[in-house]
Design a protein around this ligand. Structure first.
Ligand SMILES: [Ca+2]
Length: 193
């Protein structure tokens, strides 16, 4: 009886075997697709110049247009203040932007592809003392925007400047004439159109 049962199992193995094959093939396919998706996700990390901190990306991949930067304290952060915190300017919170510190110059390479740069700027509240700043947007010697002297607690100021035909613009933060102590500066809600 035992021999007969065994031969029966061997002579007709297809239904069980085929089902198992499909299961393993499906599992293999899911694993492969998941691995490829994971690799692509990792490779899609937003392009950013080495030395810039922060997290995520800016609208239009603007962080990839940062050609060079310099500042007197710390380093620029994407979507964070210079100290790595969420943005707070006066009474408002912001999620998107570049956190920096006077004296600061961030050069954006636009390659003549955009008409307008809009956004807001202000002194971040994270510093212990009262920062004082002036924000400017320039194309070398040509000044496109200048804020009044801004202090910690002041609401953010909006700007909208024509950048039509310009190859580069510089986001500049000056110390307001009294040194750079507590001069935590935020460029927020930046958009290129
Ligand atoms: Ca200052």
């Amino acid at each position: 009886m035992q021999e007969s049962d065994a031969s029966q199992n061997i002579s007709n193995p297809q239904p069980v075997s085929r089902g198992a094959s499909w299961f393993w093939l499906t599992l293999l396919a899911i694993t492969f697709v998941s691995s490829v998706a994971l690799i692509q996700y990792k490779e899609k990390k937003p392009p950013r110049k080495p030395g810039i901190g922060g997290k995520g990306s800016l609208p239009g991949n603007l962080q990839a247009m940062i050609k060079s930067f310099s500042q007197s304290y710390g380093r620029p952060h994407i979507n964070q203040t210079v100290d790595g915190n969420p943005f707070t300017i006066g009474p408002e919170k912001f999620e998107s932007g570049i956190g920096t510190h006077a004296n600061s110059k961030i050069t954006l390479s636009l390659a003549g592809r955009y008409k307008r740069l809009t956004g807001m700027c202000g002194v971040d509240s994270e510093a212990g003392g009262k920062g004082t700043l002036i924000f400017k947007i320039k194309d070398r010697d040509k000044e496109l925007f200048s804020s009044p002297l801004m202090e910690k607690g002041d609401p953010a100021i909006k700007f909208s400047v024509s950048v039509e035909g310009r190859q580069e613009v510089e986001l500049i933060v000056e110390d307001g004439g009294d040194g750079i102590n507590f001069d935590h500066a935020d460029w927020v809600n930046l958009r290129l159109e």
